[in-house]
Every structure is written in C-alpha cells, then in structure tokens.
Write a protein that binds this ligand. Sequence first.
Ligand SMILES: [Zn+2]
Ligand SMILES: [Zn+2]
Length: 338
Amino acid sequence: MKAIVYDAPRKFEFRDIPVPKIQPNEILLRVHACGLCGTDLHVHEGEFGPRFPLTPGHEFSGEIVELGSEVTGLKQGQRATASTTMACGKCFYCKRGDFLECENLDGIGVEINGAFAEYIKLRADLVFPIEKLSTRESVMVEPTACAVHGMQTLAMKPASRVLLFGAGPTGQVLAQLLKLNGASHLTVAAPAGPKLDLIARLAADEVVPINRKDPEVHRRGLQEVSANGFDYVIEATGSTDLLQDAIRFTRRRGTIMVYAVYPDRAIARITPADIMRRELTIKGSFAQIDCFPRALDYLESGKVKVDEIVTHEVPLRDYQKALDLAFAREGIKIAITP
Ligand SMILES: [Zn+2]
Ligand SMILES: [Zn+2]
C-alpha cells in the first residue's frame, strides 16, 4: 500500500509499504480521508516525541475491510472512525483511573502508525461506527471529541459570558459547544478572514478581529464588548501574547483555559499577585480519551456542524502540498485522501 513515512524530522516519503497484519483483537480499515492537524505539523518538526519510522495522521475515517478472530460488534463494510489515545493501564495515573494522564500514553499518528496511508490497523475497542456523516465531515470527529473533553474540563456555569481566542478547526467546534452548553454570550477574537466569518455564522454572538501589529486595537474592541471582562476565556491560538490577553480579560473569579497546542519551549509571563488578588483559575485541556461517543452524538444529530470547516481535499501523494497550505495558514481543515 502507499503511505507517508517519516524516517526523521522533516524527512518523509510517499512510499510503498506492506499492508499492516492484524491481531485477533484488531480490525483493518481502508482509509477514506484523514484530516491534517496542528499536531501533524509539530510531528513534522520532530516535536511531541514521535517514534520513527512513522506514518502520522489521527483524524480519519474509512471502511472496515478485515476483522480479527476475537472482534465482535463490528462488521465488514461498515464505515468507522477510531479514538486515537491508548493508556497503559499500569502506571500511577492509570491505577487512579486518570487514563488521559497516563505516563506511557500512546497516540495513533505520533507513537503508533497513523492514517496518512491506504490502510490502518486498529484495536477494535477504539473503533466507532459512523452512520450519517459524510467522509468530509468524518475527519472532524476526533477534533470534536477533543472539544467535548475541553468542555468537560471547563465545567462552565450556565449563563456565562465567554471569550474564545482563535477560530481554527477545533475553535469552530468549541464555539458551537459553548453555545450549546450554557454560554449566554460568546465573543470570538481571531485574525480577520474566512475563519472568523465562518465562526460568526456558526456560533459567535460577535467577533473581534485580532490585530497582531497593534494589539491595542483588539484590546479596545474587547473592552467595548464587555467592560467587566468575561467569566471564561479560552486561548485556542497558541500565541503566548494572546494568553496574556486572555488573563487580562478574565473577570474576577473567572477561569482561563489553555487549549491551543504551543511550541514545546514557549513561555508566557503571568503576574502571581494578579492571579491571587482576582482569584483566577487557570486550566489546561489536552486531547481526549473517552469523548468519541458524545462527539458522534453531536455530529450525527446535526447539532454541531462541521461541513464548511473542511475547506480543502488533497490527495495523499501531494502531502507536501498539504503541509505547504497548512504552514501558510490557508483554509481551515485540510482532508487528505489516499
Ligand atoms: Zn488533531
Ligand atoms: Zn498508564
């Protein structure tokens, strides 16, 4: 089969490799599409500890073509997707039931071969059948699951004023979930352009364009929207400057959630006296491990809309072109098709 294989950071090939052989508890999926994610760009640079040789890709769907002898409840020909994080079950955190905090957490597309390939083998207990979603929509199941986990982490009180920095693919989903789960008012701040326009149509009560050259412009804009700040502020851009803005615009007793993927060595400055005096809470949200069923409920019911988020489809052989588009911040979500 054809696959993208990395032998080292930035060194990949569109290569012929054997179709994976499945174990009795695994299935083989023929990949229909796999979304390109910020994580894949970090893996490209060798960040997040990828295990080479590696095929990345963790936002996929396809068709089940082979079932291991022990697999029950799944059928050949069924369309499906899969959760991509696997806990060891043995470490300090697993023994406490905190599986996402597993010290040996394996992720498909980072430590284990992913779906930028014609086929992927998967542990059957991670697989979830898809009914109504189109192939295009199905690349958004994993990002939606991560956003559901984010909502759970945020544990938002009803009738809250919320500010979201960022309008990337997960931002688009998170914005919809915020409106479905108790935000009385949602403001989104992101650079002007198609992403900000889409989030305004999908969920935001108003949008404030971010001005990177003169941040005072968007700061004034946010001040005008809510003179007393926001109950919850979510940083989903990966900019440490905006994380500082996020803290600044959080109300007394409010919560900041660090949701973006930052470079490994990024550092932000915070003022402890301010955190203490205003009784602020800072939370982090990372990936997901148990949110696929809820994500699929939101998507299959049409409550969360993702069709317009997938703006590009690129054939697997043109992986470099997809990377170029992503690094140039073109479009919103790019789907790669074998
Ligand atoms: Zn992702
Ligand atoms: Zn563990």
